[in-house]
Design a protein around this ligand. Structure first.
Ligand SMILES: *[C@@H]1O[C@H](CO)[C@@H](O)[C@H](O)[C@H]1NC(C)=O
Ligand SMILES: *[C@@H]1O[C@H](CO)[C@@H](O)[C@H](O)[C@H]1NC(C)=O
Length: 203
């Protein structure tokens, strides 16, 4: 008879993660557990057909297409958190972490939600340039979304809301008169999610 009295802790709410990113699914106990007979099972609960992951701590098996890993040095401290890399849309859902010792068992649940926003990064500092100089304005979409799935990327001058460049349906649209032939994307960089633009100086 195994008593289900082990207090296993998890996160306090859903984990919201952008596609392609890594996430740590917390699962831990307050006091380290004896390694003897210890078993930790991570399962995705809302998928009936597949048990994505079943890991025995001692065996340190690493499945789930090499995307899910324990922090092996943490297991002895009662930390059975799992790192899941390269998040896909199918990873959304509920996960159960069940911990068994020889006499006791307990579980916790983790919900993963795929973030419905893209992480866009640029340069946080201001750029100084003299009149006539070219500048590169950085902007990249850190996601694993191929450019053909990107609806639109636009560069605007916020002061006056002038559209400088638009990338739409996998094409660059003609720019505003004022920026025509002066501003451009780095076309070869776009497949990498790099929507930086260069602006040629004007006297
Ligand atoms: C468990 O280990 C991970 C990875 O080192 C760490 O991020 C997390 O904070 C640890 N959790 C606890 C409760 O110690
Ligand atoms: C994007 O491309 C530009 C031009 O080649 C380069 O200067 C910039 O570092 C690239 N940004 C990233 C995030 O790779």
């Amino acid at each position: 008879m195994i008593c289900e009295g082990l207090l296993v802790r998890g996160p306090s709410g859903p984990l919201v993660v952008p596609l392609g990113f890594s996430v740590v699914l917390p699962c831990y106990v307050d006091e380290p557990l004896p390694m003897e007979g210890l078993e930790v099972e991570w399962r995705k609960t809302d998928s009936t057909t597949l048990v994505h992951l079943l890991i025995y701590a001692e065996a340190q098996q690493q499945n789930y297409h090499d995307r899910a890993n324990f922090f092996t040095d943490q297991i002895q401290h009662g930390n059975f958190s799992l790192r899941l890399d390269n998040l896909t849309a199918e990873d959304e859902g509920f996960y159960k972490c069940k911990v068994y010792t020889e006499q006791n068992a307990g579980e916790t649940f983790v919900e993963i939600k795929v973030a419905d926003y893209l992480l866009v990064s640029g340069l946080d500092e201001s750029i100084s340039a003299s009149v006539g100089e070219d500048v590169t304005l950085n902007c990249s979409v850190d996601s694993h979304i191929p450019p053909e799935h990107i609806e639109e990327v636009s560069w605007r001058k916020t002061n006056g809301n002038i559209i400088i460049l638009v990338f739409e349906k996998n094409k660059t649209l003609p720019a505003d008169e004022q920026y025509k032939d002066r501003a451009d994307f780095f076309t070869t960089e776009i497949p990498k999610g790099n929507f930086s633009q260069t602006e040629e100086g004007q006297n």
